[in-house]
Design a protein around this ligand. Structure first.
Ligand SMILES: [Zn+2]
Length: 561
């Protein structure tokens, strides 16, 4: 070997050694460090993010909120990871020529793989092979939305709240933090990460289904994004299906209300919920491409590594799909958001707001066939490649190895109660806005938590408004449910407003959300929650007044700073 060749070889070896040692330095996630023998906790997450942020300037970590301090449970920070190629973290500095994607993990504390996969995603975006995606997208991750739920391995948070049923009333610090982040950064794409029971389909992703969200978002989600995710996962031999929910036939239990005695009834299957109380529709209502991912899970440590892997591949696939079509996604979401403001201004009679919806069958597709696992009485030895009968010799080459879990065979399950469509049951014409009396400050505080613009009267004034007089009321059986029956008579009134009363205009990005929250007959409204005391008595007017056309009132922004 010549001297020159020797030098080249030395340089090559040196480069290889340094490349390998650099790769080795890429931090392991807390779960990888522990070889998936335990769930990572708040302190592990904080330490891991500290190391990553110190080393990789594309990652900035911010505090999005803090859990409420209650006895024995000191407040814990809720982290927001901002991953941008430009190394910035402030919303105004984000490069808006790229779509922004928000990932939210572990609202349900016992769905641990969501958090472990989110941490892996953050690491691989900051320091691993996902880094090039930051040329095409900005990424926001809330990796641990429920630290105490994670700690105790329970669904609820430290005050017993199911956070993913809290996106209308926003009682939880975590849900407030999620909406705070959304309002600051206005991501075009959001995904909320969960786990369900064990399932043949290892990754399920669901899209928006509330009828107020523009149909084109649901169509694009289903026909483009989910299709592409499925293809990418198929290449990795991970089974995928659009997310489906089974519920008691004739009932919608997605409100989060405590209901008993319904378990004996027949079940039905549908595409997730239309409710706005969850992390998907509640962000989708701002015309967002919003998703939920549900990973299959046996909820045990033995399966933690494999289920974290499925979740990770699902999230990675979504991000890659977005990064492959950034301009299309930006255009779709921006045009719909702009058009919603125009629709709120025009208040056309053929563009109402939907207040009640029902899941219905599709005559074109009366039933659905799904793959499912079925337990076998003994271990599966393999799959026969040839037809055999009793008395035949069984040869080694007659049997193909079985790839699935031992003692679980895959069957076709026919779902007869298949309700894939959503139909509107009650609509109202878009109003210009609503009047909320000064005494109802608790309602205004919730609207502000939603990031909505609320105004206050500087001095007394008269306003023409619609008052809802109550004709008949049958209260709900449980908190979180709309009244079983509420019949109201709209009446045109001239209402004397006093200084300190509030006005909320619908001409804002929450144009679809506001009527859903404030109308008395809404299935998605604040009236569902006992704490707001909004159910009127027969003969009384409902507390909130509806203003049909724009008015000139002595208003200033309330807490607009
Ligand atoms: Zn969940």
């Amino acid at each position: 070997m010549t001297y020159r060749k020797k030098v080249c070889l030395l340089i090559l070896v040196g480069w290889l050694v340094s490349a390998i040692s650099l790769a080795a330095q890429v931090p392991k996630t807390p779960a990888e460090e522990a070889r998936y023998t335990r769930y990572s906790q708040y302190q592990d997450v904080a330490r891991f993010l500290s190391v990553l942020a110190a080393r990789y300037p594309v990652l900035k970590v911010k505090i999005a909120g803090r859990t409420r301090e209650v006895e024995n449970y000191p407040g814990r920070d809720l982290f927001l990871c901002v991953l941008a190629e430009e190394g910035i973290s402030e919303p105004a500095a984000l490069n808006r020529n790229k779509p922004t994607v928000l990932f939210i993990a572990s609202q349900h504390g016992n769905e641990q793989s969501a958090k472990e996969a989110a941490l892996r995603l953050i690491r691989d975006l900051a320091a691993g092979d996902l880094r090039p995606l930051l040329k095409k997208v900005n990424v926001l991750v809330i990796p641990q939305a429920n630290p105490y739920g994670n700690y105790f391995d329970i669904r609820q948070n430290e005050i017993g709240l199911d956070l993913n049923r809290d996106h209308v009333k926003l009682e939880g610090e975590s849900t407030r933090a999620i909406h705070g982040v959304f309002n600051l950064y206005r991501p075009e794409v959001t995904i909320d990460i969960h786990e369900k029971g064990d399932d043949y389909y290892r990754v399920s992703v669901g899209c928006v289904s509330n009828l107020n969200i523009h149909q084109s978002l649901q169509d694009y989600s289903r026909n483009t994004i989910l299709k592409e995710i499925e293809k990418k996962l198929a290449r990795k031999r991970i089974t995928f299906h659009e997310y489906l929910v089974s519920d008691v036939l004739g009932l919608d239990t997605s409100s989060g209300a405590m209901m008993t005695g319904e378990s004996a009834r027949e079940m039905m299957l549908r595409f997730s919920t239309t409710d706005l109380n969850d992390g998907r529709n509640s962000l989708g209502i701002y015309e967002t491409l919003s998703f939920i991912q549900e990973g299959a899970s046996r909820h045990d440590l033995a399966s933690l590594e494999v289920r974290t892997g499925w979740q990770y591949e699902g999230l990675r696939a979504l991000l890659e799909v977005v990064a492959e079509r950034p301009a299309e996604i930006l255009r779709l979401v921006r045009e719909l958001r702009t058009s919603l403001l125009t629709r709120a201004r025009l208040r056309s009679s053929d563009d109402p707001v939907h207040l009640k919806m029902a899941y219905v069958r599709d005559p074109e597709q009366p039933q659905l066939v799904l793959k499912a696992f079925e337990r076998t009485s003994s271990n599966i030895r393999g799959i026969l490649k040839v037809d055999k009968k009793a008395g035949d010799y069984l040869l080694a080459e007659d049997v193909a190895p079985y790839q699935g879990p031992t003692r679980l065979k895959v069957i076709d399950r026919v779902e007869k109660n298949w309700f894939p469509l959503v139909e509107s049951r009650l609509t109202v014409r878009r109003p210009a806005g609503y009047v909320i009396p000064a005494e109802r400050l608790e309602l205004v505080e919730v609207l502000l938590q939603h990031g909505l613009r609320v105004q206050v009267l500087e001095k007394a004034a008269l306003v023409e408004a619609t008052g809802y007089r109550t004709i008949e009321v049958v209260p709900a059986r449980a908190d979180y449910l709309a009244p079983e029956k509420l019949e109201v008579q709209p009446e045109q009134l001239k209402i004397p407003l006093k200084r300190g009363d509030f006005y909320i205009s619908c001409e804002q990005p929450g144009a679809n959300l506001i009527p859903c929250l404030l109308e008395p007959q809404s299935d998605y409204g604040l009236i569902r929650y006992f704490r707001f005391n909004l159910v009127p008595a027969v003969g009384d007017y409902y507390a909130i007044y509806r203003v049909e056309a724009p008015v000139t009132l002595p208003l200033v922004d309330y807490k607009g700073w």
